[in-house]
Design a protein around this ligand. Structure first.
Ligand code: 5GP
Length: 113
């Protein structure tokens, strides 16, 4: 069996995280190295390595993640916010478990770099 990712260990409560939302399909928690006053990670519980690895059958799950992101943005009073998904090493992905960054609480500039 392959090594668990850090996010799988968070789902399994093997390492701590500041969890702000959980249901049967996903988990949301504060990023350990926040890049904005609010920096949350929203992840599916299902083992999906990246956007590139998505299956057509994941469509409903992905839709659900967006509803969770919408709700969290409201809950954290984010008037403006950014959702980022890094894919692959060149895309800046460092954890091979699909995750959405929800960033807000300050004006965000573009391009992100
Ligand atoms: P990526 O670079 O793969 O798009 O994003 C991975 C994110 O996970 C980074 O923003 C990083 O700060 C965050 N991260 C890495 N390890 C941990 C951890 O142990 N706990 C939490 N809460 N976040 C982590």
């Amino acid at each position: 069996m392959s090594e668990k990712t850090i996010f799988r260990k968070i789902i399994d409560r093997e390492i701590p995280a500041n969890i702000v939302y959980e249901d049967d399909r996903c988990l949301a928690f504060h990023d350990v190295a926040p890049q904005a006053p609010v920096h949350l990670l929203v992840i599916p519980k299902r083992e999906i390595p990246s956007v590139a690895a998505l299956a057509d059958e994941d469509a409903a799950l992905i839709g659900h993640l967006w509803m969770v992101i919408r709700n969290l943005a409201q809950e954290f009073n984010l008037a403006g916010f950014r959702v980022v998904v890094n894919n692959g090493a060149d895309g800046g992905q460092t954890v091979d478990h699909l995750h959405y960054h929800l960033l807000g609480g300050r004006p965000l500039t573009w391009p992100p770099g």
